[in-house]
Design a protein around this ligand. Sequence first.
Ligand code: ZN
Length: 328
Amino acid sequence: MSETLKVQDLEAPKGRKVQGYLNISEKPAGPHRIPVTLVNGVGDGPTVVINGGEHGSEYNGPAAALTVMEELDPKELSGKAIIVPVVNTLAFEARWMHGNPIDYRDMTGTYVEEIPRGGSGVPKISYQVATTFYREVLTQGDYRLNLHGGDLEEDLLTGTMYRRTKNEKRSDENLALCRAFGYEWIRESLPKPGAPTRRRLEFPMTVGTEAGGMGRCQSDIVDGVVKGIFNVLKHLEMLEGEPDIPAKAKVYHPYHLYAEHGGFFISNVRSGDMVEEGDVLGVIKDLWGSTLEEIRVPTDGVIHMVTSPAIWEDDVVYEIGKDIREID
Ligand SMILES: [Zn+2]
């Protein structure tokens, strides 16, 4: 293991914290680069990547990263941390949801081995950000805290999330990492049966977080994310002390509810509400006031996400968490 933590030409020797830029690519008017902080602990341990802002208008996670990069003391740290508070700075600057105003892509779908070549007038900035961030930062990580939240239009349940794979042992470790963060709710995605085993990029073991949403940044929610990050660093024995977490957590499996009609969507429920099979969660009306559709939930569950009132035919209107189970 190298003693120096290095991202491109930025170097943090052991026991030091260094701030600078991750250079992405050349825009027409100059370089595209994003702020990065390296914290190289005096002790040995794993490398954790802490990033926010893949979706640039989800704010509480990035705000927590700003606090952590200030408070994390390399003299108390065993291992290394690479912190990128806002990956998708173009979206942040433009107050843009999900994608960005240059190429409109959602960058979570642009981590690829090779950037596809397109025709004239098709910028690829999302691919360039994702592949550079992947190559220079994520490949160095043993663990990743990927800080999300509800986007501008999303009322979202605060919690952690992870994806199970066919590797049960590693999946259980990943669940334990979510548990150590300390939120009450854990969103668990299952491997898709029969999904093609095409070659995919390998990512560090990742805990995703959702905290707050609807374009707001609130210090109490930010404090919760900061606490969770320090909990995980303690769980990984990168910091002294035990994670401070509640006795139980609840795990659920997510699924989407879709609207048949486009129209004006009015919800009866909020994120975190518990619902029962058959409940009417909301209605869609046309702009003459007639009800086009009532949205009923097909299972018991918890409301994970409520989306925008402006609904297009076949849009997702809710994400629901089902199969809720309590864990220690
Ligand atoms: Zn997000």
